[in-house]
Design a protein around this ligand. Structure first.
Ligand code: PLP
Length: 410
């Protein structure tokens, strides 16, 4: 077994001891890994004035946000609740970018009152914003670059038929709207999708913004979004951050020369910062042989990790307790009354009832997409930092599950 790929401990803290202390199922995050990912972007873009705006929705625990803030990044928030979480974690409103999609105008007003930058995602919103604030509140515009990219149709958000952003083909209408309301546009934004491998795709998105930028004289930043790909299994290709950094930085510096001023370059990585930091520990409740398949039923399911069902995502799984066992092929399935296959056709060392299985790459879009479906409770979260395991979210209780329900008498 490859210990780098299938670790039994994180920063010297054994996964088994954490399972004992905090119970199962359990999300465990390696804080060092998150900080290292931030450093790798900062290093790749060291030639330009870079700001990282972590995409909060990937993993929104307040302690994780605090760690990311300590490492020198800001955040991107897609809801007013994420804005407030960010502020609770200590971010100054000026460090928060608010990128909503089709929200009510009252939510936009609330964000403006809190002092965060709003990323305008439609022409009607530009008009409403202009009527309300004119040029008094600076804003950013989210452009849809019409690039089809990303790992899965559901996570490609920058193509022609996507709901996100304002079509680059509508640039004349954007400019007319800016001018009729005298909007103060200080940033242009693209976010093309998730799981994008190719540096050329990032460059393409950036180039579309650079071209559009010449019509916006007040810019302070160009925001190229997130979507960097990470490896989900051994040998999987991942975004070559160094290459993206070199290519995009060079194009950005050339653009600034032409623009006549130095601007900031913003990036919004979500998955890239937190995916590999996360390990989801579950227990094998049952090993069930059928005439065709051997199932391992675990004490979790799509209520805790929905990516395999929602995106056909592959998550590597290993057996923490029996690493040297004889290998068999298994379907690892959840306990939810749906077909919630977490991992299909996996060769694992023999899984016995009670073994702990570890699901990798669980940091991004794991807990943050968890639900109470089947009236199940959400797990606890633990952050390992400086060689110590810290509980950063308590396991839900039955009381949590019912606390907002109103029980009528009949
Ligand atoms: C989700 C999102 C991101 C991050 O995407 P990743 O694939 O996790 O890097 C960045 N920007 C915006 C606006 C997003 O909605």
């Amino acid at each position: 077994m490859n210990l780098n790929l299938h670790p039994s401990e994180i920063q010297g803290v054994s996964l088994e001891s954490m399972a004992k202390e905090f119970g199962l199922p359990l999300y465990v995050y390696d804080g060092e890994k998150i900080v290292n990912q931030i450093r790798s972007i900062q290093n790749a873009f060291s030639e330009v004035p870079l700001k990282i705006k972590y995409a909060t929705k990937a993993l929104s625990n307040i302690s994780i946000l605090k760690l990311i803030r300590k490492a020198g990044a800001g955040i991107d928030a897609v809801s007013i609740e994420e804005v407030k979480l960010g502020m609770l974690a200590g971010f100054d409103p000026t460090e928060i970018m608010y990128t909503p999609s089709g929200v009510s105008f009252s939510e936009v007003q609330e964000a403006v009152e809190l002092g965060v930058m709003v990323n305008l995602d439609s022409i009607p919103l530009m008009r409403q914003f202009g009527e309300q604030y004119g040029n008094r509140v600076p804003a950013c515009i989210r452009i849809n670059p019409h690039i089809l990219a990303g790992g899965n149709a559901k996570i490609s958000v920058g193509h022609k038929h996507s709901k996100f952003g304002i079509s680059i083909e509508q640039l004349p209408e954007i400019l007319a709207t800016v001018s009729s309301y005298d909007l103060n546009i200080v940033g242009l934004h693209v976010h093309t999708g998730s799981d994008i491998l190719d540096a050329e795709i990032f460059l393409k998105g950036a180039t579309i913004l650079f071209d559009a930028a010449k019509d916006f004289p007040n810019l302070q930043f160009i925001d190229c979004g997130g979507g960097f790909k990470v490896a989900y299994k051994d040998g999987d290709p991942a975004t070559d951050m160094k290459e993206v950094g070199e290519k995009v930085s060079k194009a950005f510096l050339d653009f600034c020369d032409q623009y006549g001023r130095s601007l900031e370059l913003w990036l919004e990585p979500g998955k890239f910062l937190v995916s590999e930091s996360g390990y989801f520990l579950v227990e094998a409740n049952v090993v069930k042989e059928t005439p065709t398949i051997t199932f391992v039923g675990v004490d979790s399911g799509l209520n805790h990790l929905i990516r395999p069902m929602l995106y056909d995502a592959f998550h590597d799984v290993y057996n923490l307790n029996n690493p040297a066992g004889n290998e068999n092929k298994y379907h690892v399935v959840g306990y939810i009354c749906e077909t919630d296959t977490l991992a299909a056709d996996r060769v694992l060392p023999e899984v016995r009832q009670g073994d702990i299985l570890v699901i990798k790459n669980a940091g991004a879009y794991g807990y943050s997409m968890a639900s109470n479906y089947n009236s199940r409770l959400r797990p606890a979260e633990v952050l390992v930092w400086e060689g110590k395991a810290h509980l950063i979210r308590k396991r839900e209780s039955f009381e949590d599950l019912v606390k907002n329900q109103v029980s009528l008498e009949f």
